[in-house]
Design a protein around this ligand. Sequence first.
Ligand code: SF4
Length: 237
Amino acid sequence: MRIAAIQKTTLLDFPGRVACVVFTQGCRYDCYYCHNRSMVPGTEKEFCIQNLKLVPGTNLFSFLTSRVGLLQGVVVSGGEPTEHEDLPEFVDGIKQLGFQVKLDTNGSSPKMVDELLSHKLVDYVSLDVKAPWNRYREICGGRADSDTVEQTLHLLQRLSIDWEVRTTVCPTLDEYDMRKISHQIGQVPIWRWNSYRIPQLYKESDADRVMATCASVETVRTWANKLQVVHRKIIVA
Ligand code: SF4
């Protein structure tokens, strides 16, 4: 497991729990608005990120041991955690300390999510659905595969686990796109719409869409109100 960073406390990222966040290093996607460029291999060179230091696993587990009784949960985020083959063992170690675990995933590995859930290693899943299926590669890069995201979505819909879908309302998504995503996800417990923030690092070739004007929060709320349905709560964050 390659760990890029730890956020020691969060009240926002794991619903109902005081938690910390572990950021794993590495992601096959290449979302143009990614805020974790330094965790995406292959882009370090382009952005001159030198000497990227990883957090040793022993440091993480010493930290977690010191937080037993103080924190209730650990959010495993990224990068993309499911790209790490040793994720089940890693999460098992966290669970053995008594923490609940939330997984943030882009949905690229339904097989890994299935393995984690079938061994009851995860208590909450946050699945990114970043675009209408037909626009996935345009927004998330050439290696993104909407089929795997759809498989992960259907897997979560079949199980009784706490989970949610997240979408960043980036400048290239409009009301029509959000309607298409609404149609493609169907019923989900929570659909969280994250506000767009301009990333510090981005490719020069993406400058136009990174800096494009985004719909205002008021406009986005009107879109959301039209798409609220039974068995689905939309949270505009
Ligand atoms: S899936 Fe997440 S970590 Fe990966 S490129 Fe997209 S925003 Fe960045």
